[in-house]
Design a protein around this ligand. Structure first.
Ligand code: BDR
Ligand code: CA
Length: 313
């Protein structure tokens, strides 16, 4: 089968970085048409730079990286340096990238690509706030029906929130964008905290990366060591969740995940629960399903896949 064409929309972030590496390490299943950066974990000037650092680390400097929106649609940007560090990729020392940033704006690239490719052949993979995707949909409504699927990391139901008691970071940062995307009618697969909090980096799993003896393995272990400190303290867990790679793992091995087709609405009004993904897990409303909302994953299988693929870089 021909590899699935995707656009990775991202705000690296160490876990975004691992997701990009996993995609670039899997050319048999995935063709990365472009990586579009958005403001999120850190400001756009850093996320676009970090995206290029990661593509170079993967040995794929020809990957097209675009800078997109530098702020949410209707709000001030909220960032997460407390998790990812000042650069967004804190941990090991890293040289500035030498590969270029594309001149085109990320939103224009998304629109142009969806118009140019046959309908139903491009999947969008958002790993950060949904600003770029929502702005593209608003600006070019004709592209919406051309999207094959959106597979995204964001939201939570049973785990509720990580940036506020009620909201997950990616959705909280730009709830208006999330509302547009969840209301678009495009088939959506959601990797919420309910799933990603099971993708925990235990000592053995991090050592497996370190023991690869490659630049990629060493870097992934060092990044993980850095951002683990925050989550271990917060959750009292053995390791930290590798959120964003779940999106790419789903494209390669969907059988690692299970969930329900349900209705998901986004809270944009309440101060207390802003950005909450109101997921009708128990199907107590008659609102129609707009997402496949994941609830469980095979964490051992996920880390096996990750180790196998990262070793190829
Ligand atoms: C999400 O927020 C970011 O900090 C991570 O990169 C991930 O995309 C988890 O809530
Ligand atoms: Ca992210």
């Amino acid at each position: 089968m021909a590899p699935r064409k995707i656009i990775i929309d991202t705000d690296p972030g160490q876990d975004d970085a691992v997701a990009i590496l996993l995609a670039l390490a899997s050319p048999e299943e995935i063709e990365v048409l472009g990586v579009t950066a958005v403001a999120g974990n850190v400001p756009l000037s850093l996320t676009q730079k970090n995206a290029r650092i990661v593509c170079e680390l993967a040995g794929k400097p020809d990957t097209k990286v675009f800078a997109g929106c530098d702020a949410p649609i209707a709000r001030k940007l909220v960032t997460a340096e407390h998790v990812h560090g000042k650069t967004g990729l804190d941990g090991p020392q890293m040289a500035d990238p030498t590969m270029p940033l594309q001149e085109q704006h990320a939103v224009d690239f998304i629109i142009e690509t969806l118009r140019a490719e046959p309908a139903g052949t491009v999947t969008l993979c958002p790993l950060g706030p949904l600003t770029n995707i929502a702005v593209a949909f608003e600006r070019a409504p004709d592209i919406v029906e051309k999207v094959q699927e959106i597979v995204l990391m964001g939201g939570a139901y049973f785990e509720v929130g990580n940036i506020t008691p009620a909201a997950e970071f990616n959705i909280y940062v730009d709830p208006e964008a999330a509302k547009i995307v969840f209301g678009s009618g495009v088939p959506i697969v959601v990797m919420p905290l309910d799933v990603t909090h099971k993708a925990l980096t235990t000592r053995d799993r991090v050592d497996a990366f370190r023991d690869m003896g490659s630049d990629v393995g060493t870097m992934v272990a060092a990044w993980t060591d850095f951002f683990e400190r925050f989550d271990k303290e917060k959750y009292g867990s053995e390791g930290a969740p590798l959120h964003d790679p779940c999106v790419i793992a789903y494209l390669i091995k969907p059988e690692l995940f299970s969930g329900r087709h349900i209705n998901v609405e986004i809270e944009t009004q309440s101060e207390l629960t802003l950005g909450m993904t109101v997921a009708d897990w128990w199907r107590v409303t008659d609102r129609s399903a707009n997402a496949l909302f994941m609830g469980d994953m095979d964490a051992a299988g996920f880390f096996e896949l990750l180790a196998d693929r990262l070793a190829r870089l």
